[in-house]
Design a protein around this ligand. Structure first.
Ligand SMILES: *[C@@H]1O[C@H](CO)[C@@H](O)[C@H](O)[C@H]1NC(C)=O
Length: 403
């Protein structure tokens, strides 16, 4: 999906400007949460390298603030995702609402460059020159700069010492990368739930993508040459981040007539639909995030950005990029996974669980549950979220000395 989509976008971009529509804003998310009867806050966190990140908070549930303290849960979205993914299902089944109702203070992060974090103190992402620098990041920067900045901010504002982590897909990658590269962060997380958290790629399941990944370097180089450094969300129009009745498929082929023609001809809607991206792609991302996954799929590994041999020697002192060492992660982790995942194989999940200090792999009890079902299936509450809350409560009771 990713590289095929990129090829499509490349061709389309050469014909017409990338389509721009009315964008979702942070206020749309705030208004949506409030309309469901919950309190909502928007916070802005500026990273050490100048990105201004939008963070959404649901401080308590619909029944009002409960007595006593509310432990913090930090929730992180996947590739092309955004905080809005976690309210997509509405107040009954959206994990952010469920956690707030269970007594937690819910913070939803947004990675640099996505629709709610597309801001910088000095770089303009819409400037033809500055965009190259703005979007020159992968998920490693998101993991070791953005996530800790937002986590530290949430702890400071809430007055808590520690917190829980929930991450979907790349949000899981971020947790693994952060705690292996900055092991001091292990102290801050009391537990983590990775929902189809992507890491090891030894058995990447999608064979078409595996073939496409062989071309990562040439595609990435070509795209950059053409000035394509950002994958804008094709459906970041207000309203699309909320589940609507009768909503079946997002139309990615909108915009001017030339783009539309090319888009339909190349079957972008089909690619996005076939690969489960529909409904998820609200956030946008840097091309380098896709390329970093492409490298890892190609090399069947989970490691740092590959600059090429010469530059690797300069940057890392080795020919190959160093692998992320999961043995440095001591936080108790639950790895939720499903056997129908297009992007993550059961064997890789089990291998990660073995290499972590303290991990449980938990298979979702529905065979046809997909990668994106973690944020869009109505039964995610009974299949996943209820268990997450049960475990969080148990950890909290243990910490309170009640068990
Ligand atoms: C998943 O499988 C169940 C039967 O086990 C079926 O009822 C359901 O319709 C399937 N769901 C999807 C989304 O394919």
């Amino acid at each position: 999906m990713l590289w095929r989509a990129l090829v499509v976008v490349l061709v389309a971009a050469s014909v017409s400007a990338f389509p721009r529509s009315g964008h979702i804003t942070s206020s749309d998310v705030i208004n949506q949460i409030i309309s469901e009867g919950y309190p909502a806050e928007l916070h802005q966190v500026t990273t050490a390298d100048g990105y201004i990140l939008g963070v959404h908070r649901i401080p308590y549930g619909k029944d009002g603030p409960s007595e006593g303290r509310r432990p913090v849960v930090f929730v992180m979205h996947g590739l092309m995702g955004a905080s809005s993914n976690f309210i997509f299902l509405g107040k009954e089944n959206g994990i952010a609402y469920n956690l707030a109702d269970a007594g937690y203070d819910v913070w939803m992060g947004n990675a640099r460059g996505n629709v709610f974090s597309r801001q910088h103190v000095s770089l303009n992402p819409d400037d033809n020159q500055q965009k190259n620098e703005f979007f020159d990041y992968s998920w490693e920067e998101i993991s070791v700069i953005d996530v800790p900045a937002m986590v530290d901010y949430a702890l400071a504002v809430s007055g808590e010492q520690t917190l829980h982590y929930v991450g979907h897909s790349q949000g899981g990658t971020s947790f693994l990368v952060l705690n292996s590269m900055k092991p001091e962060y292990n102290e801050k997380f009391v537990s983590a739930h990775l929902l189809a958290g992507v890491g090891y790629m030894d058995n990447f399941p999608n064979s078409e993508l595996k073939i496409a990944a062989q071309m990562t370097t040439v595609l990435y180089t070509m795209a950059r040459t053409m000035g394509l450094v950002e994958i804008r969300s094709l459906d970041d129009i207000p309203g699309n981040f909320v589940r609507r009745s009768g909503h079946s498929r997002t139309d990615y082929c909108f915009g001017d007539i030339v783009y539309k023609e090319y888009c339909n001809m190349l079957g972008l809607n089909k690619i996005m639909g076939d690969t489960d991206l529909e409904g998820l792609g609200v956030g946008g991302a840097s091309l380098k995030q896709f390329a970093h996954y492409g490298q890892n799929i190609r090399d069947r590994t989970f490691r740092r950005w590959d600059h090429g041999i010469i530059s690797n020697l300069l940057v890392y002192g080795e020919r190959n990029p160093p692998a992320y060492d999961l043995g440095r992660i001591t936080v108790p982790v639950t790895m939720h996974y499903t056997v129908s995942d297009e992007l993550l194989d059961e064997q890789d999940v089990l291998a990660m669980a073995r290499d972590l200090h303290s991990a449980e792999a938990r298979k979702v009890a529905r065979e046809n549950f997909s990668h994106i079902d973690f944020i869009q299936a109505a039964d995610v509450k009974e299949l996943v979220t209820n268990y997450v809350i049960y475990k969080l409560n148990r950890v909290e009771r243990m910490l309170a000395g009640m068990e």
